[in-house]
Design a protein around this ligand. Structure first.
Ligand SMILES: Nc1ncnc2c1ncn2[C@@H]1O[C@H](COP(=O)(O)OP(=O)(O)OP(=O)(O)O)[C@@H](O)[C@H]1O
Length: 835
């Protein structure tokens, strides 16, 4: 519907089944109009690339990250003497002792075996040179310089570098004593020794009875302090365990205390580890000595009693319960002697877990790197220093030519470069690549490092600046992508909401459309009825609706018709009869024909505008509206109207009808399937006797066609014979039929468009006459209420059973006059035996 308003007159309404409508903008297009793409900002690629990066990122990165690390992490380097025997022979007192004889505590069983081992003859040349207290230069052996073209390297940034002459006491005072002091104040700390096998880790950590290491010195320090403080009543517990990696069995943990066993780690804590209360240093040293005796050791090329496990000692300080808010309540001092960190060594995962807080910088950690100074230890030394490079400044005076890099060294370099990348956020080591120096030749390790730093530093700064800029660009790139994605996500949400709103509007519009169409149809139907009434000047209207599948039944095959219909009977008052108008029966028939034409024309018009499906689904009803004074003629009129198309409807419907045979169908005006609403105008006063009606029908049919009239005459003759055989006199009331306005049309506006296939004509009349005669034989049971409301029915002598039930009255405007109809429901049940 274009305007959506109800249509009052179908003649003035133009119905367009597929009205041309202006295409509505799609939601997407609408969205695009309301929200232009410019709402989403374009990707700021140029801005990102054009941004300025600080030219000296070194200062920023080192100052921001290194500060906390410098507080919690300190890296020391200790260089083991070249020739231990020589040192021993030199009579240097104290800590410069032979490994075999003076490491404390000793494993007695392995001590004997170690003595039998052949001590390799080692080079007297050193590969490492201590530049100052914070830096060293590592120079490759001559053989490596020639074959691999390796260059010397300068490592700086150590908290302190202990020379080969440094004593245990010196190391302790400078490195461990501050840690212990903090521990006594309640701060946890850790000391870890890391280095290749035989570099002096165990010597540094445990020492020997004559040259005690950091553990005994720390224990002595602790209890000495405690003994000096008379008010102190703290308790100390000691635990010691090792993490041992067996081939094919993974890592295992063992408690190294007297009756300790295997341990397990859950999350980041060790389950089952025993703590031994210690009250003095001697007692603690004894426990440590026993644990060391249990520690797994093995003979390596570098060390006859090499520690093959990570040994960890914990000293826990428990404050007096009386001390309130003592922060030192849970302070722990951890000292770890790690296994050899040579290149082939694989460090354990469990140790990493256990030391997680320390490695992440959350707790104070002191790392001492032990290296050997011999030329044969060059690779292990450089490997260790490069591993520790993220935590300090390392300068490369020379680079290794890629072409000469053998398989052994390449992974090391790759690992190192990878570490540099992964450790980008940690204090960035100052990497200097002096390619220019490479062309000039190999730098001597004796050459002062200060002379070669400046050009290398410049290039290093330039490279770092570029790296930092790339890093920041990538960061901003990711941020920009994130922002754009967020904007698109918001737009998508809004579009979805709008889509839902539009769908809701569409649904409402559909509902409104259906309501308007319904109103239009109802209004059109009412308009049609008024028009028909005015034109037809009729008081009796009968409407039939036949089911669409009437073709399945043939009239000739049906011998019994159960007509359980409701016949609406109108009692018209004030109706101007055709007789008074001077209508003759013939004229009456003609007028009926005219009415048929008019209503057929309107039916066709309705059919043009009515969807087919509505016709199929429409209910099939039959109404017989008749003047009470010619009620007996209603069945006649009904039969006249129906012609041969009375077909069985359904079990609960009003009429059971049958369809015409093929030859009869040609002579009928109503085609099935269709819905038929018949308007039968029958003036009660004009109703004539059956012969008169028959004659009028014959007259009417003679005007149509010879063929039709022939068929009609045959039917009429047959019916007349049947009537004669029954000797049923015509009813008195049916004296004449001056006017028979019979119309067949689709009363339902939703009649199928198939109804217009063939325009119904007056050819109905001859066929109807057959039923007319049958109905005339029916007897109306006048003992029903019908006789009360229709006294004229008393004279009815139809043999069939017609039950008449009064219902209500209807006032209708007919030709400017008010006509009152009394309606009756007349369920019909009669048999037609046409055979
Ligand atoms: N600074 C030093 N002064 C004198 N002797 C040392 C020094 N460092 C190590 N040694 C001696 O070197 C030998 C090997 O030392 P140590 O056992 O401590 O090495 P390690 O690093 O523990 O080896 P591994 O990892 O195989 O256990 C020992 O006999 C030790 O006495």
């Amino acid at each position: 519907m274009e305007n959506g308003s109800p249509v009052l007159c179908p003649n003035t309404v133009t119905v367009r089944r597929n009205p041309h409508r202006r295409a509505r903008a799609t939601p997407a297009a609408k969205t695009a109009e309301s929200n232009p793409p410019s709402a989403i900002s374009s990707f700021p690629l140029q801005e990102i690339l054009a941004m300025e990066v600080p030219q000296n990122p070194k200062d920023n990165s080192s100052s921001s990250v290194q500060t906390p690390l410098s507080e919690n992490l300190k890296v020391y380097l200790r260089v083991r003497p070249l020739q231990l025997k020589n040192l021993k022979k030199s009579g240097n007192p104290g800590d410069q002792n032979s490994r075999l004889g003076h490491v404390w505590p000793q494993n007695p069983q392995k001590k004997k075996v170690a003595k039998e081992k052949i001590v390799k003859k080692k080079s007297t040349e050193a590969c490492i040179t201590i530049n100052d207290d914070h830096s060293v230069t590592v120079c490759p052996p001559m053989a490596l310089q020639e074959t691999r073209r390796s260059k010397s390297e300068v490592y700086e940034g150590f908290s302190h570098v202990f020379s080969t002459e440094s004593s245990q006491g010196e190391v302790y005072e400078r490195m461990v004593s501050p840690l212990v002091e903090d521990f006594l104040k309640g701060k946890s700390g850790m000391l870890t020794a890391l280095g290749p096998s035989g570099s002096g880790k165990t010597h540094t950590i445990f020492g020997s009875p004559r040259v005690p290491g950091m553990v005994p010195l720390a224990l002595q320090h602790i209890f000495r302090t405690e003994s000096n403080d008379s008010r102190s009543s703290r308790s100390y517990y000691l635990s010691i365990f090792e993490i041992y990696s067996e081939k094919g069995k993974g890592e295992k943990m063992y408690d190294l205390s007297a009756d300790g066993g295997e341990l397990t780690m859950q999350q980041f804590t060790i389950k089952g580890l025993k703590e031994v209360l210690i009250s003095n240093a001697r007692e603690a040293e004894s426990l440590v000595a026993c644990a060391m005796a249990k520690r797994a050791t093995a003979i390596t090329n570098a060390n006859s009693t090499s520690s093959r496990s990570q040994c960890i000692i914990n000293v826990r300080r428990v404050a007096n319960p009386d001390e309130v808010n003592d922060a030192s309540n849970c302070a722990i001092l951890t000292i770890a002697d790690l296994a050899g960190a040579e290149k082939e060594k694989r460090t354990g995962n469990q140790l990493t877990k256990y030391l997680r807080d320390y490695l992440e910088g959350k707790k104070r950690m002191t790392l001492i790197l032990t290296v050997k100074a011999g030329e044969e230890d060059y690779l292990d030394t450089t490997f260790l220093l490069r591993q520790a490079s993220p935590y300090m400044k390392i300068k490369f005076n020379n680079v290794v030519e890629p072409s000469n890099t053998n398989k052994r060294q390449l992974p090391t370099l790759c690992t190192f470069e990878e570490q540099k990348r992964t450790k980008y956020s940690v204090p960035e080591p100052c990497v200097n690549e002096g390619k220019g120096h490479h062309e000039e030749g190999v730098l001597s390790h004796e050459e002062p490092s200060g002379h070669t730093e400046r050009p290398a530093t410049k290039s290093s700064h330039t490279e770092l600046a570029g790296t930092e800029r790339n890093h920041l660009i990538m960061q901003n790139f990711a941020k920009a992508i994130w922002q754009v994605l967020k904007q698109y996500r918001d737009k998508l949400k809004s579009a979805e909401n709008e889509n839902q709103t539009l769908q809701e509007e569409i649904r409402k519009e559909k509902m409104r459309y259906f309501e308007l169409e319904k109103q239009w149809q109802s209004s059109r139907c009412s308009t049609c009825s008024k028009e028909d009434c005015a034109k037809a000047d009729s008081s009796i209207v009968t409407s039939f609706e036949l089911k669409s599948d009437l073709d399945e039944y043939r009239f000739n095959d049906v011998h019994e018709i159960n007509l359980n219909s409701f016949i609406k009977v109108k009692e018209s008052e004030g109706y101007e009869s055709p007789e008074r108008r001077g209508f003759s029966p013939c004229e009456d028939i003609n007028s009926c024909s005219k009415l048929v034409e008019v209503k057929e024309a309107r039916k066709n018009k309705v059919d043009e505008t009515t969807p087919r499906n509505e016709c199929d689904t429409a209910k099939k009803l039959m109404y017989v509206e008749a003047d009470d004074r010619c009620l007996t003629t209603n069945p006649i009129a009904f039969g006249t109207l129906q012609s041969h198309n009375l077909v069985k409807h359904d079990s609960c419907s009003s009429v059971e009808l049958d369809k015409l045979s093929e030859q009869d169908e040609e002579s009928t005006s109503v085609e099935s399937p269709l819905q038929v609403a018949s308007f039968i105008h029958c003036n009660a006063h004009a109703c004539e006797t059956q012969p008169v009606l028959d004659s009028s029908l014959n007259q009417s049919t003679s005007e149509e066609s010879d063929r039709d009239s022939g068929a009609l005459n045959e039917d009429q003759e047959l019916m007349a014979e049947r009537l004669d055989s029954r000797h049923i006199p015509p009813t008195k009331d049916v004296e004449s039929c001056q006017e028979h306005n019979i119309d067949v049309h689709c009363s339902d506006p939703s009649t199928d468009t198939s109804c217009k296939r063939e325009k119904p004509k007056r050819r109905l009349l001859p066929a109807s006459s057959t039923l007319l005669r049958d109905f005339s034989n029916m007897h109306v049971e006048d003992d029903i209420e019908g006789s009360k409301v229709c006294p004229d029915l008393d004279a009815c002598s139809l043999e069939s059973e017609i039950l008449i039930f009064p219902t209500d009255e209807i006032l209708t405007l007919v030709d400017g006059k008010i006509a009152r109809y009394k309606t009756f429901w007349v369920p019909l049940s009669f048999n037609l035996n046409l055979s």
